[in-house]
Design a protein. Structure first.
Length: 197
């Protein structure tokens, strides 16, 4: 697998650009749309925490296990949210997609489908990944449905796996998509984005 390096990816309504400290005000505004930090099963930064969120993401990038993106409106440049490659394991040609959240007003729109199409295309067709994974909280049913709509397979549940911000410990639901499954999923994602509404 090729090195996972900062890159800008763009299609349709969005651009994915390398996350940077100057995205902090936009992330604060996006998180405020829906007060997303109140969801106990997400990692959305609370008011005043976006700078530390970005700092932690960039530390993960420096350590080689994460590549964070700001998700921008392609026309206005407004920050809509963020997503990342993470748990990058070149030795087995595996990468995960996560740390994904969007302002409430763009949830259940073409934004997430387009972002996943961009990230999956880059992972499989440019980086040479053999498998892309996702993980989510067992109580984050909306996230699980979104991952399943992409065509990913549910691999199982890691019990008592990760601490939540409220001090409880979550079970983590794991999903994956293999390179052999990618052509069919790619066609389906294109169909989702272009089908008549």
């Amino acid at each position: 697998m090729k090195p996972v390096l900062p890159v800008t990816l763009a299609a349709g309504p969005i651009r994915l650009v390398p996350l940077a400290p100057d995205h902090v005000p936009g992330l604060e505004a996006a998180a405020a749309d829906g007060e997303l930090w109140n969801l106990r099963f997400t990692s959305v930064p609370a008011p005043g925490e976006a700078a530390a969120y970005v700092e932690a993401a960039l530390a993960g990038q420096a350590a080689g296990h994460r590549l964070p993106f700001a998700v921008l409106d392609a026309t206005s440049g407004e920050v809509l949210g963020t997503t990342s490659y993470h748990d990058i394991v070149p030795a087995v040609e595996r990468v995960e997609i996560g740390y994904t959240w969007y302002a409430k007003r763009v949830q259940r729109t073409a934004v997430n489908t387009t972002a996943k199409l961009l990230l999956l295309t880059h992972a499989f067709e440019t980086l040479g990944a053999q498998l892309v994974g996702w993980r989510t909280d067992n109580f984050n049913h909306a996230s699980q449905r979104a991952i399943e709509r992409l065509g990913a397979k549910r691999d199982g549940v890691l019990r008592h796996h990760w601490p939540r911000r409220d001090g409880t410990v979550r079970d983590t639901v794991m999903y994956s998509l293999s390179v052999g499954e990618w052509p069919e999923v790619k066609a389906h994602l294109h169909w989702q984005l272009t089908r008549p509404r």
